[in-house]
Ligand binder design. Sequence first.
Ligand SMILES: [Ca+2]
Length: 190
Amino acid sequence: MANKSSWFLLTALLLGAAGVYGQLLNGGFEDPDIQQDNPYGDIAAHWGRWGNWMNRETAWEPTQSGTCLMGYHHWEIREDTSSGFYQDVTNVPAGSVCVFGLFAYKDPGTDAEFVELRLERLGGFHVLANRTYLMKELRASWQRLWIKATNETAGIRVLVNVKPKELWGRNGALKFDEAELTVLPPESSR
Ligand SMILES: [Ca+2]
């Protein structure tokens, strides 16, 4: 009985901690960036992006939440370079177990190479863990993708990278929504 009580207490502490650390901002892509001089609203607030045709969309359906999502216009891509989006999260103690997940939806016929989820050191360019999903692993319905890593230094970057089909004649689109980061801090930080 004591063990059971301890387990409940530990779970409560972890769940509480998960709420305190590492919250992603605008994980559902509902808010546009209004800092930059961009009248289209295709940049999501609190998210960085690179490459072409990775846009916040307000009229694509279905969404997983709200009325907006991040849409990859694979059929529009004219080069073989990747596109993606990322967010730096500062309030994550070093040594935390971090789980980054988001929902993905593959339009029928989409023939991109892959979707890659990454956790990187805060500020990027040092990969802690990555996971690649091929198109055959994705469905024309919302499914949750995820990646887990322990950060070596404080903070973390969550990142989604999409590689288009290598050859000309690209089809389809990918939708992303409801990004979420769960952080379990090390016992020493408590
Ligand atoms: Ca949304």
